[in-house]
Design a protein around this ligand. Sequence first.
Ligand SMILES: Cc1cc2nc3c(=O)[nH]c(=O)nc-3n(C[C@H](O)[C@H](O)[C@H](O)COP(=O)(O)O)c2cc1C
Length: 202
Amino acid sequence: MEPVNAAIIYYSATGTVHALAQAAAEGAEKAGANVRLRKVAEQAPPEAISANPAWGQHLRDTADVAEASLDDLAWADVVLLGTPTRFGNPASQLRAFIDTTGRLWQEGRLAGKVYSAFTASSTAHGGQESTLLALGNTFYHWGGIIVPPGYADPVQFRSGNPYGTSHVSGDGPPTDVILDAIRYQARRAVDTAAALKVGRAA
Ligand SMILES: Cc1cc2nc3c(=O)[nH]c(=O)nc-3n(C[C@H](O)[C@H](O)[C@H](O)COP(=O)(O)O)c2cc1C
């Protein structure tokens, strides 16, 4: 059986979610998947970006990361979406990419895949769960199989979010516990997609 294809698609302005996405890619690779790590296109005007030096710096630092395309979604058996929390919701840059998927959705080509999501916010009660649940609404529409981390691994009792890995960036960069949690979440999603692939082929 061919390995499953995993697309890790994210938006990050200042690097936090990018760090989570990289760890997700590691976890998926270690679980045996073919992995595409993809950023979505920046939509913000240059004056907004230049008002925050860390934003511009991260854009330059990740210039070599390929931009997400509809082909990445069509190719994938498992999709992990990552976004900063913006006023309790996913970032508009990620939503803009999601809003280009109408034709794939209409053709039924987003259904039956495994989906999972991760986020970061600056404060602990700043809307991580509402952001992840909002992405869940899209997964329902796509006919996806949502695979959250739950408390299905000991790391989850330390990282603490069963809806999806989430980091409080106001406390500093992602800790080893958070990075282990997102690696675990990616592994669980890949393992589920692999089991589905075997089952569907039988
Ligand atoms: C426009 C905007 C809205 C935000 N809204 C929230 C929010 O609702 N709750 C929160 O805790 N942090 C909020 N933040 C902070 C980001 O979620 C946080 O800095 C995140 O870790 C950034 O991820 P990144 O480094 O990958 O860009 C907001 C930031 C911006 C710029």
